[in-house]
Design a protein around this ligand. Structure first.
Ligand SMILES: [Zn+2]
Length: 694
C-alpha cells in the first residue's frame, strides 16, 4: 500500500508536499540473517558510509551508482513481499521492528496511560486475526445497506457524504476536504477534488498500449471477484464490474493529469456553493452538505471543474442501479484490508502482486504497525521519539540545516541568471523558512477517538472519521503552522511551500541516513543533500509561485522565469534520455522538479560541508579521500533494487527518478565529483553539457 498524505483530497492535490522519497512506507521484508549490531536506541546500527555496500571492481567514472551500491545491490535482492528495496526502505523496516516492540508492550501492559491504551488496543485488535476472519464482511454491512436503501439519485447524496468520511483517498466519486486559501495563506477554505477511481491514476484508463489494456481487463476481473464475494451471481458480478469500469472510464477521461496538477494555478477555482451547484445540477448538494456537516463556508475551491462537469453528466447517464453497484464495490475495496482474509488477499493479489509485482503479502504485524502509524501516528510517535531522538541529535541536525540554508543564501547571491529584485525576494523567503526537526511542538489530541480491544474494523473507521473530521474542521480557521503532515517515525522529509517550512521527522535522521558516529563527509553527502533538496523546492518553479508566507503569488520576474526554464530544459532533456525499464523512458517533465532539486541539493550540501570543516584538516579513510567519502555517502542514500513492474508504474506516477538516475544524473553535472575521482571528459560520468540551475 502506498503512503497517503493525511487529507481527504487525493495525494497529488498536495502537490506542495515535495518529498525526497515517497515510496519508503510501501511495505517491508523480514530482516536478513546477517543482522547488524543494535544501537542504544534499539535500532540496528548501519553506517552512513558502508564500504561493503560498494563494488570497487566498477570504475566510478563509468557508473558511479554501481561503484557505490553494487555490493549492496547484490546482497539485497527485493524481498518477496516488496516491490522495491533500498536503504531508505531498510531503515523503514528497522523502524517497523522498533515500533512493534513499543506496540506489543502497549498492547499487553497492565498499567497503561490513555495513549498506550489507544495504540496498544488498535494494534491488538489488528493482530486478532481470528476475530477479524469470523466477522467476514459484516463490518461493511451497514454501509452496503445504506446504499441499497437509497431509492433515487438524490437520496444517494447524503449516503455518499457519510461514506466519504470513512475514506481518506477520495475513492468515492470525489473527495471533499479543506485546503489552504491560495490567496490568503493564513486561512483554510473548503475544497472538492476529483477522485472516484479504483486504479492508481487516470492514465491507467486513458493509455492505449497493450499493458494498459491488460491492466484494465485485470481490474474488471478483480471488481467482478469482489462482487462475487459480496454475494452476486457470476453473471451479475460480471455485468456490475463492467458498469463500474464504464463509470470510472468517464471520470478518468475528464480528470486532470499529474503533470497538470503540478501547476498550482490549474487547481485553483474558487467559487460559491451556488456556483458549484450550478456546475453539477444533477447532484443534491443541499442534502449532501447537510449530511457532511462541515463548518459554514461561503467559498469552495473546486480543484478540477472539468471533472465535476463530467461527474454531473455521468450522474444522469448512468442508472441508479449502476451507481449503487459502483459504491458497493468501492466500499468493499476501501475496507478490504480490514475485513476477513479473502477480501484482504483479493486486494493484495490485484494491487500489490499484479500491478506492482510483490510476490508475498507483508506479515500481519507489519501491516498492523503501519495502520497504527497511519491512524494514531502522533500517539505512537511520542513513544518513538522518546527512544530514538535525543536533544543532542536534534541540535546537531538543526545545525546542519542552518548550514545548508547559509549555503543557499550564498548561491542565490552568486546566481548569474537571477535578477537583483528576485534575489531580494528569495533571500526574504529564505530567512522566513521555519525549520521543523524531529517531531511537533504540540502533539495531536486523540482523546475523542474510541479504540476497543476487539473491534478492528470499527477502530479503523473511528480513526479515519477522526482524521476526515479534523480536515473538514479546518475550514474557516487559521492555518496551524506547527502541524506536521507526516508522523515522527516516517523515513522521509518534505518542504511545504504553502507554509514555507522544511520538515525532517526523527525517523529520517537515523543511521544510515544520518549517522552521529560517522564523520561529516558522508552525512553531508546524504542528509545534507536531502536538506538541500527540500530547500531548493522553496525557490524552484513550484516554490517561486508561493511567497514567504505561502500565498500563491509569483515573486519571479518573467525574465527570471524564462532563464530558469532555459536552465531546467537542460535537465529535462538529460533525464528524458534515460530508460527506466524495457523501452520506457523517464518522463523528463514529470520528474523535472525532483531532478533539479536532487542536483541543487547536492551542490548546497557540498558547499555547506566544506564550510563546516574549513578549519579542519580532513583525512582519508577506508581508502577514500574526504571528497570521495562525501560522494559515496551521497550515492548510498539510495542504494536500491526495483522490480520492473514497479519501475513501469513509477514511470507514469512518480515525480522522482529511479535510484540509479537520482545518483548518476546528479554527479555527471558536478565538476567537484569529476575532480574527486579524477574522471576525464568523454567518460560516462562526465556530462558533455553540464546542467546547473542552483
Ligand atoms: Zn523533492
Amino acid at each position: 500500500m502506498t503512503f497517503r498524505v493525511s487529507s481527504l483530497l487525493s495525494c497529488s492535490a498536495i502537490l506542495m508536499l515535495v518529498m525526497r522519497f515517497t515510496a519508503a512506507a510501501q511495505s517491508a521484508p523480514a530482516p536478513t540473517s546477517s543482522a547488524p549490531p543494535v544501537s542504544e536506541t534499539g535500532l540496528p546500527y548501519r553506517p552512513s558510509l558502508d564500504i561493503t555496500a560498494m563494488d570497487k571492481s566498477v570504475d566510478p567514472c563509468v557508473d558511479f551508482y554501481e561503484y557505490s551500491c553494487g555490493g549492496w545491490k547484490k546482497s539485497n535482492p527485493v524481498p518477496p513481499d516488496r516491490t522495491s528495496w533500498g536503504r531508505y526502505a531498510q531503515l523503514y523496516e528497522d523502524n517497523l521492528a522498533l515500533l512493534r516492540s513499543i506496540l506489543e508492550r502497549a498492547a499487553s501492559a497492565r498499567q497503561r496511560d490513555a495513549v498506550d491504551q489507544k495504540i496498544g488496543d488498535l494494534y491488538g485488535s489488528c493482530m486478532d486475526e481470528a476475530t477479524v476472519n469470523r466477522r467476514a464482511a459484516s463490518p461493511i454491512q451497514q454501509q452496503l445497506e445504506a446504499v441499497a436503501g437509497a431509492k433515487s439519485m438524490r437520496a444517494l447524496a447524503p449516503v455518499l457524504a457519510r461514506l466519504q468520511m470513512e475514506d481518506l483517498n477520495g475513492e468515492l466519486m470525489f473527495g471533499p476536504g479543506s485546503i489552504q486559501d491560495p490567496d490568503n495563506s493564513d486561512q483554510q477554505i473548503a475544497a472538492v477534488d476529483q477522485g472516484g477511481l479504483g486504479l492508481p491514476d487516470r492514465d491507467y484508463y486513458t493509455n492505449d498500449d497493450t499493458k494498459s489494456k491488460e491492466n484494465r481487463a485485470r481490474y474488471v476481473e478483480y471488481v467482478q471477484k469482489i462482487f462475487g464475494m459480496l454475494g452476486d451471481s457470476p453473471a451479475a458480478a460480471k455485468a456490475n464490474a463492467e458498469a463500474v469500469m464504464h463509470i470510472e472510464m468517464a471520470l478518468a477521461k475528464s480528470s486532470q493529469t499529474r503533470t497538470d496538477r503540478r501547476d498550482p494555478y490549474k487547481i485553483v477555482h474558487k467559487m460559491s456553493r451556488t456556483d458549484l451547484a450550478a456546475l453539477t445540477p444533477n447532484f443534491d448538494w443541499d442534502s449532501y452538505w447537510k449530511a457532511l456537516n462541515p463548518p459554514p463556508f461561503p467559498i469552495v475551491n473546486v480543484l478540477s471543474p472539468d471533472f465535476m462537469k463530467q461527474l454531473n453528466t455521468t450522474l444522469a447517464a448512468e442508472s441508479l442501479e449502476n451507481w449503487e453497484n459502483y459504491l458497493r464495490f468501492h466500499i468493499a475495496n476501501i475496507h478490504a484490508q480490514y475485513l476477513s482474509s479473502d477480501f484482504e488477499t483479493a486486494h493484495f493479489e490485484f494491487y500489490e502482486k499484479y500491478l506492482r509485482g510483490a510476490q508475498q503479502q507483508l506479515p500481519r504485524w507489519k501491516r498492523c504497525v503501519q495502520l497504527v502509524d497511519r491512524g494514531l501516528g502522533e500517539a505512537l510517535g511520542q513513544a518513538y521519539v522518546r527512544q530514538v531522538f535525543s536533544p543532542e541529535l536534534k541540535a546537531s541536525t538543526l545545525k546542519m540545516v542552518e548550514g545548508i540554508e547559509k549555503a543557499m543564501e550564498l548561491r542565490i547571491n552568486q546566481l548569474d541568471w537571477m535578477s537583483p529584485t528576485t534575489k531580494q525576494q528569495a533571500i526574504t523567503k529564505l530567512h522566513a523558512i521555519r525549520n521543523k526537526i524531529g517531531y511537533p511542538d504540540r502533539w495531536r489530541d486523540y482523546s475523542s477517538v474510541v479504540i476497543k480491544p476487539d473491534d478492528f474494523a470499527g477502530n479503523i473507521r473511528n480513526t479515519t472519521v477522526f482524521e476526515a473530521r479534523r480536515q473538514l474542521n479546518k475550514i474557516g480557521v487559521p492555518v496551524d503552522r506547527g502541524e506536521w503532515l507526516i508522523t515522527p517515525p516516517t523515513v522521509d522529509a518534505y518542504y511545504n511551500p504553502q507554509v514555507n517550512d522544511i520538515n525532517f521527522p526523527a525517523g529520517v535522521l537515523q543511521p544510515p541516513l544520518y549517522d552521529a558516529k560517522m564523520d561529516d563527509a558522508p552525512n553531508y553527502g546524504d542528509t545534507g543533500g536531502t536538506i538541500g533538496h527540500e530547500l531548493t523546492h522553496a525557490f524552484d518553479d513550484e516554490g517561486s509561485q508561493f511567497d514567504a508566507k505561502g500565498n500563491l503569488k509569483n515573486w519571479w520576474t518573467p525574465e527570471d522565469q524564462k532563464k530558469f526554464e532555459e536552465r531546467t530544459k537542460c535537465v529535462d532533456d538529460q533525464y528524458s534520455q534515460y530508460v527506466s525499464v524495457d523501452d520506457i523512458h523517464l518522463n523528463g517533465k514529470l520528474t523535472l522538479g525532483e531532478n533539479v532539486a536532487d542536483l541543487g541539493g547536492e551542490i548546497l550540501a557540498y558547499i555547506a560541508w566544506k564550510d563546516a570543516n574549513k578549519d579542519k584538516k580532513l583525512e582519508p579513510a577506508d581508502g577514500l579521500s574526504p571528497e570521495q567519502r562525501f560522494f559515496v555517502g551521497f550515492a548510498q542514500w539510495d542504494c536500491a533494487n526495483e522490480r520492473p513492474e514497479q519501475l513501469r508504474e513509477w514511470a507514469m506516477t512518480n515525480p522522482h527518478s529511479p535510484a540509479k538516475y537520482r545518483i548518476n544524473g546528479v554527479v555527471v553535472n558536478m565538476p567537484e565529483f569529476a575532480g574527486a575521482f579524477s574522471c576525464k571528459k568523454g567518460q560516462p560520468m562526465v556530462s558533455e553539457k553540464v546542467c546547473k540551475v542552483w
